[in-house]
Design a protein around this ligand. Structure first.
Ligand code: M6R
Length: 614
């Protein structure tokens, strides 16, 4: 959940590190720091809060910092120790000659701290990372070789880490290593980089080397080399990154979130390209290796995910059960990994993750793989750790998503689930062919319908203005849109900090209805279909308790005008596809409410986009 950048080369080290960290700010933003190697010394600069504070701090030291020949930088999302200057990375050993930045959690740091204290190390911070600095410094005192010192030191670490290390005596050398946390090398011309993620380096190079767990990389200005944990040289493949720097710009939008919401029609078109040529054709998923035989032998499917991806998974369950007739369980990865699950070679396990690096989901996937299950990954990052564990892959092609609140990646995950469910139904011949034909036909025209919603945003802005003063918000829905209610509520709470909750509407009267009075907004996701009338009754029940009623609907039903204070309309769409349309106004509603409240939309407090710790 932290971001790392390392640079050795001829450009301005400070600028490269700060620009790189800015691109990684989605990973954490409660403090930041850099360590700079100049020809004669090693300096560390840190600041609490967002990266702009560190930028300001560095402006007071330009005479020194412009001499830097290499450096490492870090953006932090605090796990051990409050976000203070002292706890911000980089951390140093006692003599100050060695600096380290770290992403992950050293689980055995308490034992190591005791051992190192007994050996004379003095600890200044509350972080788990400081033990790493002392540990490597001790190994360096013996080996006088930074790569070897790192190789030996990490043998004592338990947990997860991506590390980048520099020593005052090794003026043209950066060393990095990783275990269960991402780290890649950016390969340039007379310059090399370390980074937690592609956006930090894409402006400078499209060539990357992905490190595997346990590998140790050494960078100089002109070379890079990789060894394994036993010290053997590893020949690594240089991959060409498919990213364009323009993806990282707001393109005139006030926030990345708004830009990403507007990209959704094109995201759907991109996903469908090559996978669905015409409604009459079968869905093509080249990287899914499930045969008819395999599907026949499946007892069940388990889908594991977190946050927004979990909501996509819930819709995936509805679709797969409806179209394929296979039992599907959906579970939060953090729960799945700490119980005995009934998972074996007859279970298909689907992991869903925008980032492909969420620690809980990655662990769950590895556990299921060890039990012999076929692993299918739905991810926006085909270059991620999760994708590398996959037997089958559905790349969701949403392009890079910068805003912490997931929007276009959610729509992309949904479309991926539609394609997957149809694909499996076609192999299994388990669904009515006219239903599949109509789903495929309507999927292809969804982008225009979303464009219609996006071109009438004023109504949603008006709604946002009316309800932005509320402290609580309830979303209700039934059937396939129950997860839409959860996702709408999650969007609102994560960027506006309003207490928003999604309920299956039938559950209202079993408790939550007690909260309703004339101050409580209740947004009913009232899409035409099998549960429309039922949800209408539930909405009446809420109205009878004086709640402030809002409808999100594709119905022209006259009765709605009396029942609801505010109506948000979306184009007509068949029931099964309605979640793809219904979520768009809810994303916009959350966005505009947060904007009215003056919140930091793209980087909400306490959150990070990639949750690489359990
Ligand atoms: O990268 P992942 O999809 O695995 O991330 C899972 C959640 O952390 C993520 O969806 C989170 O809930 C977002 N902030 C939602 O907007």
């Amino acid at each position: 959940m932290c971001g790392i950048v390392g640079y050795v080369g001829n450009q301005s080290v400070v600028d490269i590190l700060l620009d790189g960290l800015e691109q990684l700010e989605y990973r954490g933003y409660d403090s930041a720091g850099v360590a700079l190697q100049t020809p004669d010394k090693l300096d560390v600069y840190k600041a609490v809060g967002k990266l702009c504070n560190l930028r300001e701090e560095l402006k007071h030291h330009t005479d020194e910092t412009r001499k830097a020949i290499m450096g490492i930088g870090h953006i932090r999302w605090a796990t051990h120790g409050a976000p203070t200057v002292l706890n911000a990375h980089p951390h140093t050993c006692n003599c100050g000659n060695l600096v380290v930045v770290h992403n992950g959690i050293v689980e055995n740091y308490k034992e190591l701290r005791e051992l190192l204290t007994a050996k004379g190390c003095v600890f200044k911070t509350q972080t788990d990372t400081e033990v790493v600095a002392h540990l490597i410094a001790q190994k360096y005192a013996l080996s006088k070789d930074l790569t070897e010192a790192v190789r030996l030191a990490v043998k004592d670490l338990k947990g997860a880490y991506a590390l980048c290390v520099m020593h005052k005596e090794e003026k043209n050398k950066l060393v990095g290593t990783k275990l269960n946390a991402p780290l890649l090398i950016g390969v340039g011309e007379k310059e090399n980089f370390f980074a937690s993620d592609v956006p930090a380096i894409i402006k400078h190079t499209k060539k990357a080397v992905y490190l595997e767990d346990g590998e140790i990389a050494t960078l100089t200005k002109d070379t890079y080399s990789v060894i394994d944990s036993d010290g053997n040289v590893v020949e690594k493949k240089v991959e060409m990154l498919p990213w364009e720097p323009v993806a990282l710009s707001k393109m005139g939008y006030k926030h990345f979130m708004l830009k990403e919401i507007h990209e959704q029609p094109d995201v759907i078109r991109n996903i469908l390209t090559g996978k669905l040529h015409t409604p009459q054709d079968n869905v093509i998923l080249n990287e899914v290796k499930l045969t008819r035989e395999h599907l026949k032998n499946l007892n069940r499917i388990q889908i594991i995910a977190c946050g927004t991806s979990l909501h996509a998974a819930m819709i995936g369950k509805y679709l797969i059960e409806t179209l394929c007739g296979i039992a599907v369980d959906v579970e939060a990865s953090s729960e799945y990994i700490y119980r005995r699950t009934v998972t074996d070679e007859h279970t298909l396990v689907i992991g869903v993750s925008q980032s492909g690096e969420t620690a809980d989901t990655l662990t769950a996937i590895k556990q299921a793989k060890a039990k012999g299950s076929h692993i299918l990954i739905i991810t926006n990052r085909p270059d991620s750790a999760m994708a590398r564990e996959a037997d089958s892959l559905v790349p969701v092609n949403a392009g890079i998503e910068v805003s912490v609140a997931a929007t276009k990646s959610y729509i992309a995950q949904l479309v991926s689930f539609y394609l997957l469910a149809i694909y499996m139904a076609e192999i299994k011949e388990s669904a009515n062919e006219y239903l599949l034909l109509s789903l495929k036909t309507d999927l292809m025209i969804l982008p225009q319908k979303i464009e219609q919603i996006l071109s009438h945003k004023e109504e949603i802005q008006k709604c946002a203005k009316i309800y932005s003063g509320t402290k609580d918000f309830i979303y209700i829905a039934r059937g396939i849109n129950y997860p839409t209610a959860l996702e709408g509520a999650l969007k609102l709470k994560e960027i506006s900090y309003i207490n928003a909750t999604g309920y299956p509407a039938g559950e209202l009267k079993h408790g939550p209805i007690a909260m309703l009075d004339e101050t409580m907004p209740v947004l009913s996701i009232l899409m035409k279909g099998c549960v429309y009338e039922k949800l209408l009754s539930n909405s009446e029940e809420a109205k009878a308790r004086n709640a402030r009623m809002i409808a999100l609907t594709n119905s022209e039903d006259e009765k709605l005008n009396d029942l609801f204070d505010f109506i948000i309309r979306v184009p007509d769409v068949q029931d099964l596809l309605s979640p793809i349309l219904a979520i768009v106004p809810l994303q916009l509603l959350a966005y505009y409410i947060a904007e009215f409240l003056g919140k930091d939309v793209d980087q909400p407090r306490n959150l990070a986009k990639s949750v690489t710790v359990e």
